[in-house]
Design a protein around this ligand. Sequence first.
Ligand code: BDR
Ligand code: CA
Length: 323
Amino acid sequence: ARAVIFDTDPGIDDAMALYLLARHPALQLRAITTVFGNASVAVTTRNAQALCGLYGLAPEAVKVAAGAPGPLQAHAAREFSTHVHGDDGLGGVAAFAEAARAPLHPLDPRPAYQLICDMVNAEPGVITLIAVGPMTNLALALQHDPGIASKVHQVIVMGGAFGTAGRGGNVTPVAEANMINDPEAADQVFTAPWPVVIVGLDVTQAVVMHEPYLAKLQGRGGAVGDFLWQATRHYQDFYHSVDGIHGIYAHDASAIAYAIEPSAFTLREGPVRVALDGIARGQTIQSLRAPGRHAEAWNNVSTQQACIQVNALRVLELFDQVF
Ligand code: BDR
Ligand code: CA
């Protein structure tokens, strides 16, 4: 199984992604690193610890380390997405509040970026990083030890919007949430010399979990199924109000699905950068021209892969299988 460090800001769809990652036999979850985003890092860390309890993850098998409280440029911090994920980041589920009062999964004393560097250096070529929040911890890890770039097996990112499905960002017309929460960090992650696959809104907005699908998981999934059902009520109301759908987008779980079954996705190759200024701030842009045929900003940056199509039914099937 593929060894994974999961960098996350739980978050309702993060909680769903974590379950798929923890349960699927193709993946081996080694550590969870937390970051601000859907809520403050204090809240997302507490949520990660409590989710470990709810999902039955052993402290010996899965480390949890707290990460960045805000973006690389502190003055650029935005509001947390509590209107999407609720004040507690997980839709205000009572059963979860109880899990969060039980003895919590222990925290590793290291900051997230340090844990990432240590684990990658301990086993060069082995670790896959799956990042589904703002990219701050990954950027800090690269800054701390640029050598990790050649030792990570692969980086899989949920974030960005390339507009291939005729829709733009979900925070601004061009920017997706994880990108606009720290555009400088995302740009550093995409231009570094490691292989990145970007699972953005182009594909994640095609993976919709409708109400009957979620109800079926609730029926089969015991306490976890019940928790996810409760947690998705608030999330579903939000998506209904903004996009008119009766269901939720499985953003972060789609990145896990990519790690499990890449063949369910169609990739497009080319260097990717993130706009840092003005109204385009947070926009992901991929160059499709031959190397050297664009301005300086596109030379000497790595070629990355962006997902532009997905077999959504297959992703839903993979998630269904772990219940
Ligand atoms: C991304 O933003 C967060 O709110 C979600 O958890 C997901 O990672 C979607 O744009
Ligand atoms: Ca997330």
